[in-house]
Design a protein around this ligand. Structure first.
Ligand code: AMP
Length: 218
């Protein structure tokens, strides 16, 4: 199964990508997670990316394309993958297409997660993240047991810089301008499935399962 999850920030792509990757035993490739790891480890790439990320802007194409190429070349992606947060520009989509064509492993499906702008803002602004194990919570919809520490590892939860109001505005604008054109791009390639992602995590997972089941050998 080789799929791309498309959609604005805050639509729940990452949460569903975790579940789909576990269910179908495929690799989750999240450029956001890879970049945050590079920032934490203070690698040259992380230092370059941090400013863009804190402001809610896209990291340069060449950087993220390099990251994804490495992951696709890794044997762990041989059984399939879920791409979460990549591609985000038409150039990234074209480069992905070239890499997969060379590997004779074309995409099976691109799922576009649809959530209203109002709900996206609620989801992003209430999100709290664990800086240690990356678990995420929501102050209203999925609070941690104590409200301020991680249920999984006990670390104090934080609000990501890019989940603060100004950065959220920028991220949504960047999405409209640079990422939304991919809906048409993949629609033209007859790869696109639309998914109503406004329900609960379980409801959305069920619908997603239905969309993806034909592309697995389970
Ligand atoms: P995410 O966790 O997917 O929302 O990504 C967090 C941030 O990482 C984004 O706001 C961008 O700054 C950066 N980022 C993640 N994926 C990409 C990508 N495919 N292209 C450019 N920047 C990205």
């Amino acid at each position: 199964m080789r799929v791309v999850f498309l959609g604005a920030p805050g639509v729940g792509k990452g949460t569903q990508a975790d579940r789909i990757a576990a269910q179908f035993k495929v690799l989750k490739i999240s450029t956001g997670d890879l970049l945050r790891e590079a920032v934490r480890n203070q690698t040259a790439l992380g230092i370059e990316a941090k400013n863009f990320m804190d402001q809610g802007k896209l990291v340069p194409d060449s950087v993220v394309i390099g990251l994804v190429r490495n992951k696709l070349a890794d044997p762990s992606s041989a059984k399939g993958f879920v791409l979460d947060g990549f591609p985000r520009t038409v150039l990234q989509a074209e480069e992905l297409g070239k890499a997969l064509k060379a590997a004779q492993a074309p995409l099976d499906r691109v799922v576009n997660f649809e959530v209203s702008r109002e709900d996206i803002i609620k989801r992003l602004s209430g999100r709290r993240s664990c800086p240690k194990c990356q678990a995420t919570f929501h102050v209203e919809f999925a609070p941690s047991k104590t409200g301020h520490t991680c249920d999984r590892c006990g670390e104090v939860l934080v609000q990501r810089n890019d989940d603060k109001p100004e950065a959220i505005e920028t991220r949504l604008k960047v999405y409209e301008e640079q990422t939304a054109p991919l809906i048409k791009y993949y629609g033209n390639q007859r790869l696109l499935s639309q998914l109503n992602a406004s329900g609960s995590v379980d409801t959305v997972f069920e619908a997603l399962f239905g969309v993806l089941a034909p592309y697995t050998k389970i």
